[in-house]
Write a protein that binds this ligand. Structure first.
Ligand SMILES: [Zn+2]
Length: 69
């Protein structure tokens, strides 16, 4: 299910995690050449991707909302 990005945080390993409207979190790693997401490395890039829709597999499998605790 496509869900828009509403915000971000970083996990314990400083990887960026997108927070989606549905309440799920999804890693948005920049790990070339496999995952080329240079936008996530800059504040401006992340701002521009607010509202961009990601495919949320957690919604498809009915997982409960993620929490930052
Ligand atoms: Zn979801």
């Amino acid at each position: 299910m496509k869900q828009p990005i509403t915000g971000y945080h970083q996990d314990a390993e400083n990887d960026w995690v997108a927070e989606l409207l549905c309440g799920h979190f999804q890693h948005v790693r920049h790990n070339p050449p496999f995952m080329n997401r240079a936008w996530v490395t800059t504040h401006l890039g992340r701002c521009k991707m607010i509202g961009h829709q990601l495919n949320c597999k957690k919604c498809d499998s009915g997982e409960p909302r993620d929490s930052r605790e």
